[in-house]
Design a binder for this molecule. Structure first.
Ligand code: SAH
Length: 401
């Protein structure tokens, strides 16, 4: 990986490439839009380069990965920008200002990749601790400057590098999770929607907690009222603990991960609602079948599975799995109760996911109203040019009485 030198290689658009979209803010250049000669093909993933149009006019500073279909990503519209601590500080301050406006406590996604001007970089903040996922080669190389700037801008005392994302392999990066700064003393307590969640920042999934569901947790918790809740694919209790905090009488959390459920129980205990909370470690499909066979009914059922269609090839199988979930979940909803079905699949768009879910509810012999469609919260901004970043969908149905 090259240091940020000022003399930079040049990558050039092909004559027919759509320079206009890039000029108007589209952040990516695909491999078939670039002149990929021997020299550009030999660039190491993460190299910073100047992007030129086919008439050799400079368009900006990009990071290049010749092995990726998205071969260049725009870093700065100024082709001469220096990517140093000051540059990172500016990007991070801009990101922080939005989150400070939105939340009164420092628990949120601080950086959501492209939309926050840092392609491929995710940073979640848990009070004094930040977790960075540098899922792009350019950021891996410049990590020391990024961490320095992060500490200066936010005042966090501990920084974790979480290198477990699927995206890293595509960038030729190794898997590793380690503490870059400070220390960590067990799981971190995260207050959100009146609940307390336990986030394991070193060993947990994603970066320890799903901040993207915050608003959907809150909406579902309102609907649960004082009823009984079934939270399937609960992780550390996202929906269940929010509902208990809002007054639900009982919640059952189902997940395949024993460590996630143990953290959910710790969260419930810390909130003082342990007596109203139960967990069941099981395959979600089997657990729903078993609950159905027992005739169990809940006033709110939530299913928030992992991405069943993370990429296009998995789309058909993924949509079938979403339909099956809806079919198994619908009969578990008490008359007049609510069903929340979520998808975090990039490849399944809203219309496809909604069609599969609705069909599944019908096959589960229930009629429904669709009362709300939720998305990731505003600490997960989207670049409007990238529809792909709108990955999370949460459909709330009210079922027949
Ligand atoms: N609802 C959570 C996030 C869920 S993430 C929240 O709001 O915070 C998806 C969860 O599904 C993970 O915790 C994972 O352990 C679990 N999971 C994945 N496959 C599963 C399966 N087949 N059965 C049960 N749980 C599964």
């Amino acid at each position: 990986m090259q240091p940020d030198a000022i003399s930079r290689p040049i990558v050039r658009l092909r004559p027919k490439a759509e320079a206009r979209a890039i000029r108007h803010g589209f952040p990516w250049v695909y491999s078939d839009e670039l002149v990929l000669d021997r020299r550009s093909k030999a660039l190491e993933p993460g190299t910073l380069a100047v992007l030129e149009d086919s008439e050799r006019r400079e368009m900006g500073l990009v990071t290049v990965n010749p092995n990726s279909r998205i071969t260049a990503r725009m870093l700065d519209r100024d082709p001469g920008a220096r990517i140093d601590i000051g540059w990172f500080k500016a990007r991070l301050s801009h990101a922080l200002a939005l989150r400070e406006r939105l939340y009164d406590q420092p628990f949120y996604r601080l950086v959501h990749a492209e939309a926050d001007g840092l392609p491929g970089v995710i940073i979640d903040r848990f009070g004094d601790v930040a977790v960075i996922q540098p899922n792009a080669a350019w950021a891996e190389g410049l990590l020391p400057a990024l961490v320095e700037a992060l500490v200066a801008v936010t005042g966090v005392t501990s920084v974790v590098k979480n290198g477990s994302g699927r995206a890293r392999a595509l960038e030729g990066l190794a898997e590793e999770t380690l503490l870059l700064r400070g220390g960590l003393d067990g799981p971190v307590r995260v207050p959100m929607n009146g609940a307390l969640y336990m986030a394991d920042l070193m060993g947990g999934q994603k970066t320890g907690l799903y901040f993207d569901q915050r608003d959907n947790h809150a909406f579902a918790a309102r609907l649960a009222g004082q009823g009984r809740v079934l939270d399937v694919f609960s992780h550390v209790g996202g929906f269940a603990l929010a509902a208990l905090a809002a007054g639900a009488s009982q919640a059952l959390a189902v997940d395949g991960s024993e460590p996630a459920l143990a953290l959910a129980e710790q969260g419930a205990a810390a909130m003082g609602v342990g007596a109203r909370f139960e967990t069941r470690q099981a395959d979600a499909f089997e657990a729903m079948e078993a609950l159905g066979a027992d005739g169990a009914r809940f006033d709110l059922v939530v299913c928030d599975p992992p991405a069943f269609a993370p990429h296009r090839k998995a789309l058909e199988a993924g949509l079938r799995a979403y339909e099956r979930i809806a079919k198994l979940a619908a009969p578990l909803v008490a008359p007049g109760g609510y069903l929340v079905l979520c998808s975090c699949s990039h490849a399944a768009d809203l219309a496809q996911f909604r069609a599969s879910s609705t069909r599944g509810i019908g096959r589960g012999q229930r009629q429904a109203q669709l009362i709300q469609t939720g998305f990731a919260g505003p600490d997960h901004p989207m670049l409007p040019q990238l529809a792909e970043s709108g990955y999370l969908k949460a459909l709330t149905y009210r079922l027949d009485g």
